[in-house]
Design a protein around this ligand. Structure first.
Ligand SMILES: CC(C)(COP(=O)(O)OP(=O)(O)OC[C@H]1O[C@@H](n2cnc3c(N)ncnc32)[C@H](O)[C@@H]1OP(=O)(O)O)[C@@H](O)C(=O)NCCC(=O)NCCS
Length: 381
Protein backbone atom coordinates (compact mmCIF):
# COMPACT_ATOMS: atom_id res chain seq x y z
CA UNK A 1 0.00 0.00 0.00
CA UNK A 2 1.33 3.47 -0.85
CA UNK A 3 0.58 6.35 1.46
CA UNK A 4 0.58 9.91 0.13
CA UNK A 5 3.48 11.95 1.51
CA UNK A 6 2.25 14.71 3.80
CA UNK A 7 3.24 18.15 2.54
CA UNK A 8 5.57 20.05 4.84
CA UNK A 9 6.78 23.64 4.96
CA UNK A 10 4.90 26.91 4.77
CA UNK A 11 4.55 26.92 8.59
CA UNK A 12 1.28 24.99 8.12
CA UNK A 13 -0.26 24.16 11.50
CA UNK A 14 2.43 26.09 13.39
CA UNK A 15 1.16 28.39 16.14
CA UNK A 16 3.41 31.41 15.70
CA UNK A 17 2.06 33.64 18.45
CA UNK A 18 -0.97 34.75 20.42
CA UNK A 19 -3.75 37.09 19.37
CA UNK A 20 -6.98 38.42 20.84
CA UNK A 21 -8.18 39.81 17.51
CA UNK A 22 -9.56 36.91 15.53
CA UNK A 23 -10.17 33.17 15.34
CA UNK A 24 -10.21 31.39 11.98
CA UNK A 25 -11.26 27.88 11.12
CA UNK A 26 -12.66 26.75 14.48
CA UNK A 27 -14.41 23.48 13.56
CA UNK A 28 -13.00 23.97 10.05
CA UNK A 29 -15.37 26.78 9.15
CA UNK A 30 -15.69 29.49 11.82
CA UNK A 31 -14.59 33.12 11.76
CA UNK A 32 -14.92 35.52 14.70
CA UNK A 33 -13.54 39.05 15.13
CA UNK A 34 -12.85 39.65 18.83
CA UNK A 35 -15.44 37.00 19.70
CA UNK A 36 -18.20 38.23 17.36
CA UNK A 37 -19.32 35.87 14.61
CA UNK A 38 -18.67 37.07 11.05
CA UNK A 39 -22.31 36.29 10.25
CA UNK A 40 -23.58 38.68 12.95
CA UNK A 41 -21.11 41.39 11.94
CA UNK A 42 -21.93 41.00 8.22
CA UNK A 43 -25.65 41.21 8.89
CA UNK A 44 -25.90 43.84 11.60
CA UNK A 45 -22.77 46.01 11.62
CA UNK A 46 -21.20 48.56 9.28
CA UNK A 47 -17.58 48.42 8.19
CA UNK A 48 -16.73 51.40 10.40
CA UNK A 49 -18.12 49.60 13.46
CA UNK A 50 -16.00 46.58 12.58
CA UNK A 51 -12.87 48.67 11.98
CA UNK A 52 -13.44 50.33 15.39
CA UNK A 53 -13.87 46.90 16.99
CA UNK A 54 -10.59 45.70 15.50
CA UNK A 55 -8.60 48.82 16.34
CA UNK A 56 -10.05 49.67 19.75
CA UNK A 57 -11.06 46.21 21.02
CA UNK A 58 -14.82 46.74 21.54
CA UNK A 59 -17.82 47.62 19.41
CA UNK A 60 -18.38 51.39 19.59
CA UNK A 61 -21.17 53.20 21.42
CA UNK A 62 -23.19 55.54 19.14
CA UNK A 63 -21.14 58.61 20.17
CA UNK A 64 -17.86 56.78 19.67
CA UNK A 65 -18.90 55.62 16.20
CA UNK A 66 -20.03 59.10 15.23
CA UNK A 67 -16.75 60.65 16.23
CA UNK A 68 -14.73 57.81 14.64
CA UNK A 69 -16.56 58.35 11.36
CA UNK A 70 -16.15 62.12 11.60
CA UNK A 71 -12.41 61.68 12.13
CA UNK A 72 -12.18 59.34 9.14
CA UNK A 73 -14.08 61.83 6.95
CA UNK A 74 -11.78 64.64 8.03
CA UNK A 75 -8.72 62.57 7.14
CA UNK A 76 -9.66 61.69 3.54
CA UNK A 77 -7.71 64.39 1.69
CA UNK A 78 -4.30 63.45 0.30
CA UNK A 79 -1.27 65.64 0.96
CA UNK A 80 -0.17 67.41 -2.23
CA UNK A 81 3.11 65.44 -2.33
CA UNK A 82 1.23 62.12 -2.23
CA UNK A 83 -1.15 63.23 -5.00
CA UNK A 84 1.83 64.32 -7.10
CA UNK A 85 3.57 60.99 -6.53
CA UNK A 86 0.45 59.11 -7.62
CA UNK A 87 0.27 61.20 -10.80
CA UNK A 88 3.76 60.03 -11.72
CA UNK A 89 2.75 56.35 -11.62
CA UNK A 90 1.96 55.19 -15.17
CA UNK A 91 -1.44 53.84 -16.24
CA UNK A 92 0.25 50.49 -16.93
CA UNK A 93 1.16 50.02 -13.25
CA UNK A 94 -0.69 47.51 -11.14
CA UNK A 95 -2.93 49.39 -8.67
CA UNK A 96 -1.47 47.32 -5.81
CA UNK A 97 1.86 48.98 -6.60
CA UNK A 98 0.04 52.30 -6.46
CA UNK A 99 -1.22 51.66 -2.93
CA UNK A 100 2.14 50.26 -1.84
CA UNK A 101 3.83 53.42 -3.12
CA UNK A 102 1.11 55.71 -1.74
CA UNK A 103 1.40 54.13 1.70
CA UNK A 104 5.16 54.49 1.70
CA UNK A 105 4.97 58.11 0.50
CA UNK A 106 2.42 58.99 3.18
CA UNK A 107 4.91 57.59 5.70
CA UNK A 108 7.55 59.96 4.32
CA UNK A 109 5.30 63.02 4.48
CA UNK A 110 3.55 62.17 7.75
CA UNK A 111 5.87 59.76 9.59
CA UNK A 112 4.70 57.94 12.68
CA UNK A 113 7.03 59.74 15.06
CA UNK A 114 6.16 57.75 18.12
CA UNK A 115 4.08 54.70 18.97
CA UNK A 116 1.71 57.13 20.72
CA UNK A 117 0.67 58.10 17.17
CA UNK A 118 -0.33 54.56 16.19
CA UNK A 119 -4.11 54.94 16.33
CA UNK A 120 -4.25 58.29 14.46
CA UNK A 121 -1.81 56.78 11.93
CA UNK A 122 -4.06 53.75 11.44
CA UNK A 123 -7.10 55.98 11.01
CA UNK A 124 -5.26 58.14 8.48
CA UNK A 125 -4.37 55.07 6.41
CA UNK A 126 -7.94 53.77 6.61
CA UNK A 127 -9.23 57.16 5.44
CA UNK A 128 -6.69 57.78 2.66
CA UNK A 129 -6.43 54.42 0.87
CA UNK A 130 -9.83 54.88 -0.87
CA UNK A 131 -8.73 58.39 -1.88
CA UNK A 132 -5.38 57.15 -3.21
CA UNK A 133 -6.92 54.37 -5.27
CA UNK A 134 -9.71 56.50 -6.75
CA UNK A 135 -7.36 59.46 -7.32
CA UNK A 136 -4.83 57.47 -9.31
CA UNK A 137 -7.46 55.48 -11.20
CA UNK A 138 -9.40 58.56 -12.32
CA UNK A 139 -6.21 60.49 -13.14
CA UNK A 140 -4.83 57.79 -15.45
CA UNK A 141 -8.17 56.85 -17.03
CA UNK A 142 -9.74 60.25 -17.76
CA UNK A 143 -7.29 62.86 -16.47
CA UNK A 144 -9.62 63.93 -13.63
CA UNK A 145 -8.05 65.16 -10.40
CA UNK A 146 -10.79 64.18 -7.96
CA UNK A 147 -11.45 66.25 -4.86
CA UNK A 148 -12.05 64.59 -1.54
CA UNK A 149 -15.33 66.23 -0.59
CA UNK A 150 -18.33 63.93 -0.35
CA UNK A 151 -21.68 63.54 1.32
CA UNK A 152 -21.02 59.81 1.64
CA UNK A 153 -20.25 59.24 5.30
CA UNK A 154 -18.94 55.68 5.05
CA UNK A 155 -15.85 54.32 3.30
CA UNK A 156 -17.85 52.02 0.98
CA UNK A 157 -20.03 54.78 -0.48
CA UNK A 158 -17.16 57.28 -0.57
CA UNK A 159 -14.93 54.93 -2.54
CA UNK A 160 -17.64 53.99 -5.07
CA UNK A 161 -18.63 57.64 -5.53
CA UNK A 162 -15.05 58.78 -6.13
CA UNK A 163 -14.32 55.85 -8.42
CA UNK A 164 -17.37 56.30 -10.64
CA UNK A 165 -17.91 60.05 -10.26
CA UNK A 166 -21.46 59.52 -9.03
CA UNK A 167 -23.27 58.18 -5.99
CA UNK A 168 -23.66 54.38 -5.96
CA UNK A 169 -27.01 52.60 -5.74
CA UNK A 170 -28.08 51.63 -2.21
CA UNK A 171 -27.54 47.96 -3.04
CA UNK A 172 -23.99 48.58 -4.26
CA UNK A 173 -23.09 50.72 -1.23
CA UNK A 174 -24.41 48.03 1.10
CA UNK A 175 -22.73 45.20 -0.78
CA UNK A 176 -19.39 47.02 -0.77
CA UNK A 177 -19.74 47.78 2.94
CA UNK A 178 -20.37 44.10 3.66
CA UNK A 179 -17.45 42.99 1.50
CA UNK A 180 -15.17 45.34 3.48
CA UNK A 181 -16.39 43.65 6.69
CA UNK A 182 -15.63 40.21 5.26
CA UNK A 183 -12.12 41.22 4.16
CA UNK A 184 -11.21 43.15 7.33
CA UNK A 185 -9.32 40.56 9.35
CA UNK A 186 -8.05 36.99 9.15
CA UNK A 187 -5.60 36.17 11.96
CA UNK A 188 -2.02 35.23 10.96
CA UNK A 189 -2.48 35.14 7.18
CA UNK A 190 0.59 35.90 5.06
CA UNK A 191 0.17 39.68 4.81
CA UNK A 192 -0.72 40.13 8.48
CA UNK A 193 2.22 37.98 9.49
CA UNK A 194 4.45 40.17 7.31
CA UNK A 195 3.14 43.22 9.14
CA UNK A 196 3.82 41.60 12.51
CA UNK A 197 7.35 40.52 11.56
CA UNK A 198 8.13 44.06 10.45
CA UNK A 199 6.52 45.56 13.57
CA UNK A 200 8.49 43.22 15.83
CA UNK A 201 11.72 44.95 14.79
CA UNK A 202 10.16 48.13 16.29
CA UNK A 203 9.71 49.58 12.81
CA UNK A 204 6.95 52.06 11.96
CA UNK A 205 3.30 51.48 10.97
CA UNK A 206 3.80 52.61 7.35
CA UNK A 207 6.64 50.12 6.80
CA UNK A 208 4.56 47.29 8.26
CA UNK A 209 1.54 48.12 6.09
CA UNK A 210 3.64 48.68 2.97
CA UNK A 211 5.16 45.22 3.41
CA UNK A 212 1.72 43.73 4.00
CA UNK A 213 0.42 45.24 0.74
CA UNK A 214 3.33 43.67 -1.15
CA UNK A 215 2.52 40.30 0.39
CA UNK A 216 -1.20 40.58 -0.30
CA UNK A 217 -0.51 41.24 -3.99
CA UNK A 218 0.38 37.61 -4.81
CA UNK A 219 -2.22 35.37 -6.49
CA UNK A 220 -2.03 32.76 -3.71
CA UNK A 221 -3.27 35.45 -1.30
CA UNK A 222 -5.27 38.61 -2.15
CA UNK A 223 -4.50 38.48 -5.85
CA UNK A 224 -6.80 35.45 -6.11
CA UNK A 225 -9.92 37.61 -6.60
CA UNK A 226 -8.46 39.12 -9.77
CA UNK A 227 -7.27 35.73 -11.01
CA UNK A 228 -10.75 34.28 -10.31
CA UNK A 229 -12.35 37.02 -12.42
CA UNK A 230 -9.99 36.34 -15.30
CA UNK A 231 -10.99 32.68 -15.15
CA UNK A 232 -14.76 33.23 -14.86
CA UNK A 233 -14.77 35.73 -17.75
CA UNK A 234 -13.35 33.12 -20.12
CA UNK A 235 -16.63 31.21 -20.19
CA UNK A 236 -19.92 32.25 -21.74
CA UNK A 237 -22.11 29.37 -20.49
CA UNK A 238 -22.10 27.05 -17.46
CA UNK A 239 -21.50 24.03 -19.73
CA UNK A 240 -18.48 25.70 -21.28
CA UNK A 241 -17.23 26.48 -17.77
CA UNK A 242 -17.64 22.86 -16.68
CA UNK A 243 -15.68 21.59 -19.68
CA UNK A 244 -12.97 24.22 -19.16
CA UNK A 245 -12.55 23.46 -15.45
CA UNK A 246 -12.43 19.70 -16.08
CA UNK A 247 -9.62 20.30 -18.57
CA UNK A 248 -7.74 22.55 -16.15
CA UNK A 249 -8.05 19.98 -13.39
CA UNK A 250 -6.81 17.25 -15.73
CA UNK A 251 -3.79 19.50 -16.39
CA UNK A 252 -3.31 19.95 -12.63
CA UNK A 253 -3.88 23.71 -12.89
CA UNK A 254 -4.76 25.71 -9.79
CA UNK A 255 -8.28 27.10 -9.87
CA UNK A 256 -8.08 30.52 -8.26
CA UNK A 257 -10.59 31.34 -5.54
CA UNK A 258 -10.75 27.76 -4.22
CA UNK A 259 -9.10 26.06 -1.29
CA UNK A 260 -7.75 27.43 1.94
CA UNK A 261 -4.83 26.84 4.28
CA UNK A 262 -6.95 26.90 7.46
CA UNK A 263 -10.60 26.22 6.61
CA UNK A 264 -11.28 22.55 5.98
CA UNK A 265 -15.09 22.48 5.72
CA UNK A 266 -16.00 25.83 4.14
CA UNK A 267 -15.07 29.50 4.09
CA UNK A 268 -17.94 31.13 6.02
CA UNK A 269 -17.44 34.40 4.15
CA UNK A 270 -18.35 32.66 0.90
CA UNK A 271 -22.02 32.19 1.62
CA UNK A 272 -22.34 35.88 2.56
CA UNK A 273 -20.55 37.28 -0.50
CA UNK A 274 -22.29 34.76 -2.76
CA UNK A 275 -25.66 36.16 -1.63
CA UNK A 276 -24.52 39.68 -2.51
CA UNK A 277 -23.15 38.57 -5.89
CA UNK A 278 -26.53 37.02 -6.71
CA UNK A 279 -28.46 40.16 -5.75
CA UNK A 280 -26.05 42.44 -7.59
CA UNK A 281 -26.22 40.20 -10.67
CA UNK A 282 -30.01 40.51 -10.62
CA UNK A 283 -29.76 44.30 -10.28
CA UNK A 284 -27.53 44.61 -13.37
CA UNK A 285 -29.41 41.93 -15.37
CA UNK A 286 -26.56 39.38 -15.46
CA UNK A 287 -27.39 36.03 -17.04
CA UNK A 288 -23.87 34.68 -17.48
CA UNK A 289 -21.28 35.42 -14.79
CA UNK A 290 -23.24 34.25 -11.76
CA UNK A 291 -24.48 30.98 -13.34
CA UNK A 292 -20.95 30.31 -14.65
CA UNK A 293 -19.49 30.96 -11.17
CA UNK A 294 -22.03 28.65 -9.54
CA UNK A 295 -21.23 25.85 -11.99
CA UNK A 296 -17.48 26.23 -11.40
CA UNK A 297 -18.11 25.94 -7.65
CA UNK A 298 -20.26 22.82 -8.18
CA UNK A 299 -17.59 21.17 -10.33
CA UNK A 300 -14.81 22.00 -7.87
CA UNK A 301 -16.77 20.47 -5.00
CA UNK A 302 -17.77 17.39 -7.02
CA UNK A 303 -14.27 16.75 -8.41
CA UNK A 304 -11.91 17.95 -5.67
CA UNK A 305 -14.02 18.61 -2.57
CA UNK A 306 -12.64 22.15 -2.73
CA UNK A 307 -14.94 25.01 -1.71
CA UNK A 308 -14.88 28.61 -2.88
CA UNK A 309 -13.06 31.03 -0.60
CA UNK A 310 -14.06 34.68 -0.16
CA UNK A 311 -12.21 35.70 -3.30
CA UNK A 312 -14.28 33.63 -5.72
CA UNK A 313 -17.71 35.30 -5.48
CA UNK A 314 -16.12 38.66 -4.56
CA UNK A 315 -14.93 38.68 -8.16
CA UNK A 316 -18.41 38.70 -9.71
CA UNK A 317 -19.78 40.97 -6.94
CA UNK A 318 -17.15 43.62 -7.70
CA UNK A 319 -17.60 43.16 -11.43
CA UNK A 320 -21.35 43.84 -11.08
CA UNK A 321 -20.47 47.05 -9.22
CA UNK A 322 -18.61 48.21 -12.35
CA UNK A 323 -15.19 47.90 -10.73
CA UNK A 324 -12.27 47.14 -13.09
CA UNK A 325 -10.67 43.77 -12.29
CA UNK A 326 -7.27 45.29 -11.50
CA UNK A 327 -8.84 47.17 -8.56
CA UNK A 328 -10.19 44.03 -6.84
CA UNK A 329 -7.13 43.27 -4.70
CA UNK A 330 -6.59 46.95 -3.81
CA UNK A 331 -10.15 46.99 -2.38
CA UNK A 332 -8.97 44.20 -0.10
CA UNK A 333 -6.31 46.68 1.14
CA UNK A 334 -8.94 49.38 1.88
CA UNK A 335 -10.49 46.91 4.30
CA UNK A 336 -7.64 44.75 5.61
CA UNK A 337 -5.66 47.80 6.73
CA UNK A 338 -7.98 47.73 9.78
CA UNK A 339 -6.86 44.19 10.65
CA UNK A 340 -3.21 44.84 9.83
CA UNK A 341 -3.14 47.94 12.03
CA UNK A 342 -4.85 46.05 14.88
CA UNK A 343 -2.09 43.43 14.65
CA UNK A 344 0.65 46.08 14.59
CA UNK A 345 -0.82 47.54 17.78
CA UNK A 346 -1.18 44.09 19.40
CA UNK A 347 2.36 43.07 18.45
CA UNK A 348 3.75 46.25 20.01
CA UNK A 349 1.81 45.64 23.20
CA UNK A 350 3.81 42.50 23.97
CA UNK A 351 6.70 42.57 21.56
CA UNK A 352 9.49 40.13 20.95
CA UNK A 353 11.59 40.01 17.77
CA UNK A 354 10.19 37.36 15.38
CA UNK A 355 13.14 35.35 14.18
CA UNK A 356 12.53 31.64 13.58
CA UNK A 357 15.22 29.05 12.95
CA UNK A 358 15.79 27.06 9.75
CA UNK A 359 16.75 23.46 9.06
CA UNK A 360 20.04 23.58 7.14
CA UNK A 361 20.11 21.31 4.06
CA UNK A 362 23.19 22.67 2.23
CA UNK A 363 26.71 21.19 1.89
CA UNK A 364 28.72 20.13 4.96
CA UNK A 365 31.87 21.96 6.06
CA UNK A 366 34.33 22.51 3.21
CA UNK A 367 37.80 23.94 2.80
CA UNK A 368 38.00 27.36 1.21
CA UNK A 369 39.58 27.23 -2.30
CA UNK A 370 41.48 30.27 -3.65
CA UNK A 371 39.78 31.73 -6.75
CA UNK A 372 42.62 30.74 -9.15
CA UNK A 373 42.47 27.12 -7.95
CA UNK A 374 38.72 26.57 -8.33
CA UNK A 375 37.55 23.88 -10.78
CA UNK A 376 34.67 24.83 -13.07
CA UNK A 377 31.55 23.02 -11.89
CA UNK A 378 30.02 23.04 -15.36
CA UNK A 379 26.93 24.84 -14.12
CA UNK A 380 27.81 28.50 -14.06
CA UNK A 381 29.68 30.73 -16.47
C1 LIG B 1 -5.05 28.80 -0.65
C2 LIG B 1 -3.95 27.82 -1.00
C3 LIG B 1 -2.68 28.62 -1.32
C4 LIG B 1 -3.69 26.92 0.21
O1 LIG B 1 -2.53 26.24 -0.07
P1 LIG B 1 -1.98 25.04 0.82
O2 LIG B 1 -2.54 25.06 2.18
O3 LIG B 1 -0.50 25.10 0.72
O4 LIG B 1 -2.61 23.79 0.10
P2 LIG B 1 -1.89 22.91 -0.99
O5 LIG B 1 -1.36 23.81 -2.08
O6 LIG B 1 -0.93 22.02 -0.30
O7 LIG B 1 -3.14 22.11 -1.54
C5 LIG B 1 -3.46 20.75 -1.18
C6 LIG B 1 -3.88 20.00 -2.44
O8 LIG B 1 -5.08 20.58 -2.98
C7 LIG B 1 -4.84 21.06 -4.29
N1 LIG B 1 -5.43 22.38 -4.39
C8 LIG B 1 -5.50 23.31 -3.43
N2 LIG B 1 -6.10 24.41 -3.90
C9 LIG B 1 -6.41 24.15 -5.19
C10 LIG B 1 -7.04 24.90 -6.18
N3 LIG B 1 -7.44 26.15 -5.92
N4 LIG B 1 -7.21 24.36 -7.40
C11 LIG B 1 -6.80 23.10 -7.65
N5 LIG B 1 -6.19 22.33 -6.74
C12 LIG B 1 -6.00 22.85 -5.51
C13 LIG B 1 -3.33 21.22 -4.39
O9 LIG B 1 -2.89 21.13 -5.73
C14 LIG B 1 -2.86 20.06 -3.55
O10 LIG B 1 -2.96 18.89 -4.30
P3 LIG B 1 -1.81 17.76 -4.19
O11 LIG B 1 -1.82 17.35 -2.75
O12 LIG B 1 -2.25 16.71 -5.14
O13 LIG B 1 -0.53 18.45 -4.58
C15 LIG B 1 -4.36 26.95 -2.20
O14 LIG B 1 -5.61 26.31 -1.91
C16 LIG B 1 -4.45 27.75 -3.48
O15 LIG B 1 -3.44 27.95 -4.15
N6 LIG B 1 -5.68 28.23 -3.84
C17 LIG B 1 -5.84 29.08 -5.00
C18 LIG B 1 -5.46 30.51 -4.67
C19 LIG B 1 -6.47 31.18 -3.79
O16 LIG B 1 -7.67 31.10 -4.01
N7 LIG B 1 -5.95 31.91 -2.78
C20 LIG B 1 -6.78 32.68 -1.87
C21 LIG B 1 -6.78 32.06 -0.52
S1 LIG B 1 -7.94 32.86 0.54
Amino acid sequence: MTTKKKKTGGLAGVVAGQTAICTVGTEGKGLDYRGYSIFDLAEHATFEEVAFLLLYGELPMIKELDSFKARLRSKRALPEAVAQTLEKIPATAHPMDVLRTGCSMLGVIEPENSFDDQLPTAERLLATFPSMLAYWHRFVTDGTRIDFESNEDGIAGYFLEKLHGKAPSDLMREAMDCSLILYAEHEFNASTFTARVCTATLSDMHSAITGAIGTLRGPLHGGANEAAMELIEKFSTPDEAEAGIMEMLANKSLIMGFGHRVYTVSDPRNEVIKGWAKRLGEEVGDTVLYPVSERIADVMWREKKLFPNLDFFSASAYHFMGIPTALFTPIFVLSRVSGWAAHVIEQRSNNRLIRPGAEYIGPGSRDFVAIEDREPDGGMV
